[in-house]
Design a protein around this ligand. Structure first.
Ligand code: MG
Length: 298
């Protein structure tokens, strides 16, 4: 086995303030686990095919030969389905901090507080709600996410669409800390509409809403995706804390980051781009997508 071997739970994660949605991220000392297979965690479902319309209108199929494919693949959205190098994280950080300033937070405290709230609550806005309940955050979506010039930055990504479309799994589920409007907007711009069976998102107006990496958010995602066994849950995300919690939950977790060379590793697998998923979890493309997989491996 190469030095890109599969890893178990990784601790010792060094965090840095990363900006997008107040997100922490990490990079890793390890190289890409490009040729790994999760043979020891693979659910015992090997034969299935696609083509059955789901209630959500996607083209995925979940059963054949009387065998239900119970696996659910959870996809993060921001900084995962598009790269951090898009510049969106920086723009989002600026808007979050401006929102804090407009909310009456002293200017010299804004950056520190936004960071601290993210660390303590998983989202900067979550901390703002908890610590400053007098602040009306009903316009948060409009002022922070809604004003992002996403259409000028993101473009449709046919290879990503092809990869997700050709994936053979019971359900494909979006799992984001973003609000519903922003999440759907990103998915539309990337040309990924119709590929997912559902989405777990944050409603910032909901009292005590939960967000990743809170365990309750993962439990909520499992409930909404109607999967009970964590061994059937797969996850790709750019946030190290989110990956760490997924592993604690018993999920199989893939950390995606453009820079995998600076910090300790996290997750069962690490990839530079989400389109590299077939390299580390080829079993999802084992039937009829060998061409795609071969292309990714060369
Ligand atoms: Mg993310």
């Amino acid at each position: 086995m190469s030095n890109c071997r599969q890893r178990s739970i990784t601790t010792n994660i060094r965090h840095r303030w990363d900006i997008c949605r107040g997100a922490l991220s990490t990079t890793s000392l390890s190289c890409l686990a490009a040729q790994n297979r999760d043979t020891d965690r693979r659910p015992h479902i090997l034969q299935f095919h696609r083509g059955i319309k789901s209630s959500c209108g996607t083209d995925h199929g979940s059963a054949t030969h009387g065998v239900q494919d119970e696996r659910v693949f959870f996809f993060d959205i921001d900084n995962c389905l598009y790269p951090k190098s898009s510049g969106i994280p920086y723009l989002m950080k600026q808007r979050i901090e401006q929102y804090f300033r407009d909310s009456g937070i002293p200017h010299h405290e804004v950056e520190t507080l936004a960071h601290r709230y993210y660390v303590d609550y998983g989202l900067a806005i979550r901390g703002l709600i908890e610590k400053h309940p007098d602040i009306d955050i009903s316009d948060y979506d409009d002022k922070v996410d809604g004003g992002l010039p996403l259409e000028n930055i993101l473009k449709p990504k046919p290879p990503l669409r092809d990869m997700i479309r050709s994936m053979k799994v019971g359900k494909k589920w979006l799992f984001t800390n973003a609000g519903k409007y922003h999440a759907n907007r990103v998915i539309k711009i990337l040309g990924l509409q119709g590929l997912f069976d559902g989405m777990t998102f944050c409603n910032y107006l909901e009292p005590h809403f939960v967000c990743k990496p809170d365990r309750k958010a993962f439990e909520k995602a499992m409930k909404e995706a109607r999967v009970q066994n964590p061994a059937f849950c797969y996850f790709v995300d750019d946030s190290a804390p989110n990956i760490a919690m997924a592993i604690k939950m018993g999920w199989t977790a893939v950390h995606v980051d453009e820079c995998l060379s600076e910090l300790p590793p996290v997750g069962h697998f690490q990839i530079h781009s989400v389109v590299d998923l077939p390299k580390v979890l080829p079993q999802f493309w084992d039937h009829g997508e060998s061409e795609l997989r071969t292309q990714k491996r060369t």
